[in-house]
Write a protein that binds this ligand. Structure first.
Ligand code: PBG
Length: 329
């Protein structure tokens, strides 16, 4: 007559719900992306990323001190490079006194114990807005990997704890690992963007860094010859396994929300930590809908972050990190 088993018993109050809750978001889950620009006193809001800013080095110091106090102890650095310093080979990426190298030192000076990860790819430095070197309408693989390996060593010399290659060239992890070992950086880690999809959710990020592929003849208009086809699953496992075999310490899936099936599959398959990048377009969507009053911002942010962790993320790179700390109270 009556159901003997009533799953609703375990939902009947907040106390019992919190007792049986399986996934809890905490400050140590987050990796905070930061955008750095040249200049002084600059804190400019990115138009397609409300309440997210490009910071000059002085403001970067303030920001990381604030993050540290909030319990956010890991950052992922990106730089916006002026057009005048861009070329096809991304030469500026290797400048010992370049913006990234200075940013790494600035963060470590401000907060010696904070974990510093750096983006490794040519796009912010490329006059064509590509992650590798362009020739005859193609992205050159091996020549690009050479630059990425040198770039990684340069970041390690400046004090980076981890390099995070986001370029999706073949064989880059082993080349970077070998270059780091050769230079004595045995403890510099690699977080590989292993399953990085050719996604339309990166738009606001490309606005932030002015790094979109340029529209000129003989330059590919998109990144589909190196980033993955979003229709594919098996390929994600293969890419991830390759990166682990080549020496990746952490692997990453990117973007987040649309790819949580991939996160779970990879989590079940591998035994290294799995990171997920909730990308700029995911951030922008929530902010825009909340601004219109169509979604409850804080509730949706926590639902999304919890779903990412539940899917198997050990690390979440997210522009919502500070929001999450505020919401957690
Ligand atoms: C660059 C890079 C991108 C992102 C991280 N590293 C953009 C791209 O591949 O075009 C996207 C991050 C985001 O959208 O938040 N290699």
């Amino acid at each position: 007559m009556y159901p003997l088993i009533r799953p609703r018993r375990l939902r009947s109050s907040e106390a019992i719900r919190s007792l049986v809750r399986e996934t809890i978001i905490s400050p140590s889950d987050f990796l905070v992306p930061l955008f750095v620009v040249e200049g002084k006193g600059i804190k400019e809001e990115i138009p397609s990323m409300p309440n997210y800013y490009r910071l000059s080095l002085d403001n970067l110091t303030k920001e990381v001190k604030e993050l540290w106090k909030m319990g956010l102890h890991s950052v992922l650095l990106f730089v916006k490079v002026p057009d005048s310093l861009k070329d096809n080979k991304g030469s500026e990426a290797l400048n010992e006194y370049g913006l990234m190298q200075l940013a790494i030192k600035t963060v470590k000076d401000a907060c010696p114990e904070i974990l510093v990860m750096t983006d490794v790819a040519l796009d912010p430095y490329s006059s064509y807005g590509h992650d590798g070197i362009v020739a005859d309408g193609q992205i050159l693989n091996d020549e690009s990997v050479e630059v990425l390996a040198e770039m990684s060593v340069s970041h390690a010399k400046a004090g980076a704890d981890f390099v995070a290659p986001s370029d999706m060239m073949d064989g880059r992890i082993i080349s970077i690992r070998e270059a780091l070992e050769d230079e004595g950086f045995l403890n510099t880690g690699i977080m590989a963007y292993s399953a990085k999809y050719a996604s339309s959710f990166y738009g606001p990020f490309r606005d932030a860094l002015d790094s979109a592929p340029v529209d000129i003849k003989n330059v590919p208009k998109d990144k589909k010859t190196y980033q993955m086809d979003y229709a594919n699953r098996f390929e994600a496992i293969r890419e991830t396994q390759l990166d682990i075999d080549e020496g990746a310490d952490i692997v990453m899936v990117k973007p987040g929300l649309c790819y949580l099936d991939i996160v779970r599959e990879i989590k079940d398959e591998v035994d290294v930590p799995v990171a997920v990048y909730q990308v700029s377009g995911e951030y922008a969507m929530v902010k825009a809908a909340a601004e219109k009053g169509w979604l409850n911002h804080d509730a949706v942010v926590m639902e999304q972050l919890t779903a990412i962790k539940r899917a198997g993320a050990n690390i979440i790179a997210s522009y919502f990190a500070k929001d999450a700390i505020r919401i957690l109270g």
